[in-house]
Design a binder for this molecule. Structure first.
Ligand SMILES: [Ca+2]
Length: 87
């Protein structure tokens, strides 16, 4: 039998769960992104928004995966490409 009360309760607990979970996950994500951006900026010696093979050495994980991140073989990787790799 359809119960309006049950639907409301289910909806409320789903919302509460979503509200409780989402900010934590978001905070962690943005924290990681901030850390990554900081390390990228430090590694990007000439501040052109790209890391060459040489610059990428400051970020071992990027350096190790350089050819995989540099999909188009341009000789540099961008922050967006690194973020995409981390996912
Ligand atoms: Ca650079």
């Amino acid at each position: 039998m359809f119960s309006f009360r049950n639907v409301v309760l289910t909806t409320l607990s789903t919302l509460a769960l979503a509200a409780g979970m989402a900010p934590a996950a978001y905070a962690q994500d943005s924290e990681l992104a901030k850390e990554l951006e900081k390390r990228f900026a430090a590694a990007d010696k000439d501040k052109d928004g790209k890391l060459t093979v040489e610059e990428a050495k400051a970020m071992p994980r990027v350096s190790k995966n350089f050819s995989r991140i540099d999909k188009d073989k341009l000789g540099y990787v961008t922050l967006d490409q690194i973020k995409a790799m981390m996912k």
